[in-house]
Design a protein around this ligand. Structure first.
Ligand SMILES: Cc1ncc(COP(=O)(O)O)c(C=O)c1O
Length: 384
């Protein structure tokens, strides 16, 4: 049993290897949610400070988690697609230029950039995934670096691929982006909070994160880092809270043209005040206390023996130095994957099928037993 399992209220025997799908709420986050809900019984106890202070805490906590420097660069967003839409509204590209993505990227990015390219009459280039049997990460990164040229306007990538954990070398890609004058936009949803990013070395123009996976919050509130090029941009909404006079409720009808300072102009209207917002503060606090080193080392310790066994069974599994919080398992023979999915269902083990990979996403509450149960299911699927 993991020493961290007690921090969560997972039912006994529940083998949840699926944090990349939706993080369970820890006990302390759940309690914060209950308290917030109870507080809603008496609306007058929610004061002006509740509209602003927790939002500022989110900005500070996420700045620490990301390793960036300025909390004023953080906006509160309801979803990754919203964050991507902010970016797409405020970057420029034209005919003869291109946007680079990778194959099988999360749809919130793909649809946003498809629409952007159609509107701006520029090209969308999807760099294809190489053969999973080779050195996928190295080859894929080389292909991306080759694709970047003087016509590149935007490179919009994750740090860790959501289907199988392939890592993109954002440091080299960022360097190349700056060389050709392209913007580097990172979807950090499947990595930030659980996997280290050397922010100062990568120097991304934007990092967009949904909040309900590795940031351990709820659906409906996430975060975006927006770099200097967004300083004077246009938000998706013209909500009152984004205006310079918003802290003074009695003078809101003295309309002003100025936005609040920093990326807060892009905050989603209402930004979860009263319920989602205090819960997100607690979630980010715990993620910041735990840190990526603890999460990676715990997940590595519990997964390594199982992954070695699976490799011996002939499965395609990640190398030892790959991310341990999210990895894909593939099989060379037809039929095993579908048999495995039935076995996992029968044994009540939760993972996801994403693309052609079985995606496994452990977290602090998991133990080696959970991974062993997965390996047993694989072994049964192979023998069947
Ligand atoms: C890489 C990645 N980005 C974003 C999201 C969520 O996107 P959205 O918040 O737009 O629903 C997911 C959800 O699985 C994801 O895996």
């Amino acid at each position: 049993m993991s020493i961290y399992r007690d921090l969560f209220s997972l039912p006994d025997g529940y083998r949840y290897l699926n944090c990349a799908y939706l993080s369970p709420l820890s006990k302390r986050v759940e309690q914060t949610a209950v308290n917030a809900l109870v507080r809603r019984r008496t609306p007058s106890t929610i004061g002006v400070g509740d509209f602003f202070d927790p939002a500022d805490s989110v900005r500070s906590l996420f700045t620490k988690i990301l390793g960036s420097e300025d909390p004023a660069r953080i906006a509160l967003i309801p979803s990754a697609s919203y964050g991507m839409a902010i970016v797409a509204r405020n970057v420029e590209a034209g005919s003869g230029q291109k946007v680079i993505l990778v194959e099988d990227q999360f749809p919130s990015s793909v649809y946003t950039w498809k629409r952007f390219c159609a509107a701006q009459k520029c090209d969308l280039e999807l760099v294809q995934r190489p053969d999973p049997d080779g050195h996928v990460g190295q080859t894929w990164n080389e292909m991306i670096l080759t694709a970047i040229d003087s016509t590149t306007a935007v490179i919009a990538l994750p740090h860790v691929h959501w289907t199988d954990g392939t890592v993109f070398d954002l440091e080299s890609i960022g360097r190349e982006a700056r060389r050709v004058g392209a913007k580097l936009i990172v979807d950090g949803t499947q990595s930030v909070g659980a996997y280290p990013l050397d922010f100062q070395a990568v120097r991304p123009d934007a990092v967009i994160c949904a909040g309900y996976k590795w940031l351990t919050g709820n659906m409906g509130l996430g975060v975006a880092y927006l770099g200097e090029c967004f300083d004077d941009g246009v938000p998706l909404e013209e909500n009152w809270i984004g205006r310079a006079n918003s802290r003074n409720f009695s003078s809101l009808v003295q309309y002003v043209d100025e936005y609040v300072d920093g990326a807060a102009r892009y905050d989603v209207g209402e930004r979860g005040i009263g319920l989602l917002l205090p819960v997100f503060v607690e979630a980010l606090s715990q993620v910041s206390e735990w840190g990526t080193e603890l999460i990676q080392s715990h997940c590595r310790t519990i997964s390594k023996p199982g992954l070695d066994e699976l490799r011996n069974f002939g499965a395609i599994v990640p190398d030892d130095d790959a991310p341990s919080h999210l990895f894909g398992i593939r099989f060379r023979q037809d039929g095993i994957r579908d048999r495995l999915l039935s076995e996992l269902k029968a044994r009540d083990i939760s993972v996801s099928l994403r693309g052609d990979a079985i995606r496994v996403a452990p977290y602090l509450y998991n133990s080696e037993d959970d991974v062993s149960a997965l390996v047993d299911a694989c072994s049964a699927a192979i023998r069947l």
